[in-house]
Structure formats: structure tokens, C-alpha cells
Design a binder for this molecule. Structure first.
Ligand code: 2AM
Ligand code: CA
Length: 267
């Protein structure tokens, strides 16, 4: 069983409340696929509604904490040492297309350090949580990163840039190098879930570029507390700033990092 702090209980309650709306709206999305305009506006509304629920619940539970949110941006708090980092719907494209692979992501920063993370898939009802020094849990069961040490046996997740996102050529070079060395490459469409899957040992390693802080903040805590490691694409610690991230166990995140360096020299 996981023992968690009152702050985590507040995070879990906020995520579950927002998830009820997302579950309902996801059901509606399927009906809207046939309309000419598609469900895009509807999904934007679902996203904003979920963020509002999370914002209100966390504000009630911890008055004065600041916020960094995908939709609402920065909200300064009276308490300068705490900040929530929130993505109410990570994997928007999946949601929009009726693909049940998306998540709510909530992280807590204290004095600039990530101290708690939650990633919740409302469709599979998988709740991934971690707090600094307390381990990582999936639905109350302890999770660990995978033990595999060879790339040749590893499943490696990534995100593929799409229209409007940068670095298409660079991604192609990276993929060209990586796919030659690994058992399989996967692209799921939610960075927060990718990191949660690393924490649970489902994926062995993961990399992606051009992410935003709310895509990865909670997942970083999960990976670290599951015994894994994260770095930016150059092996440094600038994930939230640079938008690049590599994750895995100690052996694989380093080996994947070396492969990507090799790729970047070719690019
Ligand atoms: P989203 O679903 O909340 O947009 C998929 O590769 C990952 O990249 C998802 O976590 C997705 O988050 C994120 N993503 C998609 N477009 C993005 C953009 N323009 N900037 C940053 N992250 C993006
Ligand atoms: Ca996102």
C-alpha cells in the first residue's frame, strides 16, 4: 500500500473529479466524429472544463499555491514556494479521435523542486502517483522501472513531431539510428503516460523533444521514484526548460542518450 501525504490526497481527488467529466466527454466525442466540423471545439471545451475543476479543487485544498497550466498559463500565488504544474488532458489528439489513450497530469513543485507527480488515465482507470522519497505506485501497488540493460531487448517510446511542431528532420535521423538497435519503437501520443509507463517498467526507455513543462513534470517524479533516471537530450538537467527528455533505468537512459548523440552528429 502507498502511504501518501495530504497534498497527494488532494491531487488524487482533483484528478478523479476532473476525470468524471473527461470520461463523459470522451463518450460524446465518438458521436461527434461524423459531423463535418468534427469534435475539435468540443474537445477544447472538455480540456478547459477539466482544468477548471482541477484548479478549483487544488485552490480549495491548498489556498495560495501558484499554478502553471496548459490552458490557463501562469497564476501567481501568495505562497511563492509552491506551484502546481498541470496538464488537464495530455494526449489531446487521441481524445479527439476517440483513441482511449490520454491522461491528466498534476505535479507539485516546492522551492523549485519537483516533489510530487500524478498521471491518471481515466479510461483504463490507472492512477500513477509518486512523492519524493516515497516510491512510485500504480493503483496503490509499488512500481519499478524495467531491469533490462540491453537496447536490443528494449521497447523504446518516443513522440513524433507533427504539423506545426519543430525538428522533423532531426527526428527522422534519431529514429533511423534508434530503430536499428532496439526491439521495438512505440508512439503512444501522451508524454505524461509515456513517462508513467517507464515508471511501471512497461517501456524500457523514452525520448522526446519540444515538450512543455506540463507534459513531463509529473512523469519525471514518477520515473525517479520508480528507480529510473531522466535527462535532457544532451544529458543535462534542463528538461523543463529545453523541452527535451530521455528516460529509463540507469543503463538504458545512458545508452539511449549515447545513441541520440550519435544521431545528432549525423544530422
Ligand atoms: P497534448 O496532447 O497535451 O497536446 C505527444 O507527442 C505529446 O506532445 C503529448 O504529450 C502532447 O500533449 C505533446 N504536444 C503536442 N503538441 C505539442 C506542442 N505544440 N508543444 C508541446 N507539446 C506538444
Ligand atoms: Ca500535453
Amino acid at each position: 500500500m502507498s502511504r501518501h501525504t495530504p497534498s497527494m490526497s488532494i491531487m488524487v481527488a482533483a484528478a478523479r473529479k476532473a476525470a468524471r467529466g473527461l470520461q463523459r466527454d470522451f463518450g460524446e466525442v465518438e458521436n461527434l466524429q461524423v459531423s463535418l466540423k468534427g469534435p475539435a471545439n468540443f474537445v477544447t471545451a472538455a480540456d478547459k472544463k477539466a482544468e477548471k475543476v482541477i484548479f478549483e479543487e487544488l485552490s480549495k485544498g491548498r489556498p495560495g499555491y501558484g499554478f502553471l497550466m496548459e490552458e490557463g498559463g501562469v497564476v501567481e500565488g501568495a505562497d511563492k514556494s509552491h506551484r502546481w504544474i498541470i496538464d488537464p488532458l495530455d494526449g489531446t489528439t487521441n481524445f479527439l479521435h476517440g483513441i482511449p489513450m490520454f491522461s491528466i497530469s498534476i505535479a507539485l513543485e516546492r522551492e523549485g523542486q519537483l516533489v510530487a507527480g500524478l498521471v491518471y488515465n481515466p479510461i483504463s482507470d490507472e492512477m500513477f502517483i509518486a512523492e519524493k522519497g516515497q516510491g512510485a505506485f500504480l493503483n496503490d501497488r509499488r512500481i519499478r522501472v524495467a531491469a533490462r540493460r540491453e537496447l536490443a531487448q528494449s521497447v523504446v517510446a518516443t513522440g513524433i513531431p507533427h504539423i506545426g511542431r519543430p525538428d522533423h528532420a532531426r527526428f527522422n535521423t534519431e529514429l533511423g539510428v534508434v530503430m536499428n538497435e532496439v526491439a521495438g519503437v512505440r508512439r503512444m501520443g501522451s508524454a505524461a503516460l509515456d513517462l508513467a509507463y517507464i515508471a511501471a517498467g512497461r517501456f524500457d526507455a523514452y525520448w522526446e523533444a519540444a515538450l512543455s513543462p506540463w507534459d513531463m513534470a509529473a512523469g519525471i517524479v514518477l520515473v525517479r521514484e520508480a528507480g529510473g533516471f531522466v535527462s535532457d537530450l544532451k544529458g543535462g538537467d534542463t528538461m523543463l526548460k529545453s523541452g527535451g527528455i530521455i528516460a529509463g533505468n540507469d543503463a538504458l537512459y545512458r545508452k539511449l542518450g549515447d545513441l541520440l548523440k550519435k544521431a545528432h552528429k549525423q544530422a
